[in-house]
Design a protein around this ligand. Structure first.
Ligand code: PHE
Length: 353
């Protein structure tokens, strides 16, 4: 093998080019093996070949080869150090005058926005806004509302009963019965009237739970808006006026309503209320099932048995109560086609509001 100084210099140049390009420690280790390694290193091949050179050339070539090996070793080490200090990226200058990164705060869930809106409207109509427990007793959810144990009307609310909660721990008495997740907000009528004397006007917006098969318009978790008003001279026309005012304020336009006879154990008489479909103006479309009317709520005049359970004097007070499904109302307002979107956690849905 004939070794010339220019051959050695060629190897040096090639190695230097590769070292410069190397981005990480691993590739530098590989380059070390390629050029300086004992077995396959290119510089070692040279050193091994020196013994075959004519005597007078050996010192010069030997010295040059050693010098180049040393230099390459140094370069590889320097390059490694640069990488470990992150200095290989120092060409990216930092500009400390740039504005900071924006922290995205998100926004309220459409149902929460709706709750605020409804609360605002009812307080403008003079209603107090109440909150109540989501875990209820059978007494408040059913019995005090004139739905005794075993009464078929209990079938109207498919109930989640709670096991494993000690009644003593949350201070219920024997007569308050089993614990459950409230199926409607009506128990708050009782809780509030037990504490206060008429005249009273109150609105409860809260979560209710039903053990139902879910579909586009049914969920196991839903929001209700309960409103009630009790005084000595309250009648159905007060109820109609309140509902019409509420809907007009909510939709920002005059809304027609109609009452149909219905049944709830805690109201007498009871009604189902529809409002004229805003999508088609009452002409009939797919939203209202071609009828021109959309079902909205149950309501009625509070049953004397309810006052009796509370302990109000018989025959002294009259009042109305209504319960609106908040989710369905929002679906109507914003043209949402499936109630299950609300709890889906799907940001593509949430971000539209
Ligand atoms: N609580 C009833 C329901 O969940 C609705 C309602 C409320 C009816 C108040 C009459 C009066 O279906």
């Amino acid at each position: 093998m004939i070794i010339t100084p220019s051959q050695i210099k060629e190897i040096k140049k090639e190695a230097e080019r590769e070292i410069e390009k190397a981005q990480d420690v691993l590739s530098l280790d590989n380059l070390w093996k390629k050029y300086l390694g004992r077995k396959e290193g290119k510089m070692n091949d040279i050193l091994r070949g020196i013994k075959d050179l004519p005597l007078d050339q050996r010192p010069q070539i030997g010295a040059l080869a050693n010098q180049v090996s040393q230099k390459l070793e140094e370069k590889i080490n320097q390059a490694k150090e640069k990488i470990s200090q992150g200095k290989n990226k120092s060409s990216v200058k930092r500009d400390f005058t740039l504005p900071g990164r924006k922290i995205d705060l998100g926004h309220e869930h459409p149902l929460t926005q709706m709750r605020w809106k409804v609360a605002e409207i009812f307080s403008s109509l003079g209603f107090e806004i109440l909150d109540g427990p989501e875990m209820e007793t059978e007494y408040y959810n059913f019995e005090a509302l004139n739905i005794p144990d075993g009464h078929p009307a209990r079938d109207m609310w498919d109930t989640f009963f709670l096991k494993g909660f000690s009644q003593k721990k949350i201070k219920t008495t024997e007569s308050e019965g089993k614990l459950l997740l409230r199926t409607h907000t009506s128990p708050m009528q009782i809780r509030f009237m037990e504490k206060r004397q008429p005249p009273l006007r109150a609105c409860v917006i809260g979560r209710c739970f039903r053990n139902e098969a879910t579909d586009v318009s049914h969920e196991h978790t839903l929001y209700q808006v309960e409103g009630f008003c009790v005084d000595e001279d309250i009648n159905v026309s007060n109820l109609i006026h309140t509902l019409r005012s509420f809907l007009s304020l909510l939709f920002g336009q005059e809304v027609k309503i109609r009452l149909r006879p219905s049944y709830f154990p805690f109201t007498e008489p009871s009604f189902e209320v529809d409002f004229s479909c805003l999508n088609c103006g009452g002409r009939g479309c797919s939203v209202c099932g071609q009828s021109g009317w959309v079902e909205m709520l149950g309501c009625g005049m509070i049953h004397p048995r309810v006052y009796e359970a509370i302990g109000y004097p018989a025959g002294k007070y009259q009042g109305f109560a209504f319960g609106i499904g908040l989710d369905r109302l929002l679906m109507m307002l914003r043209q949402i086609d499936d109630i299950r979107w609300f709890h889906s956690g799907d940001l593509r849905f949430i971000r539209q509001f």
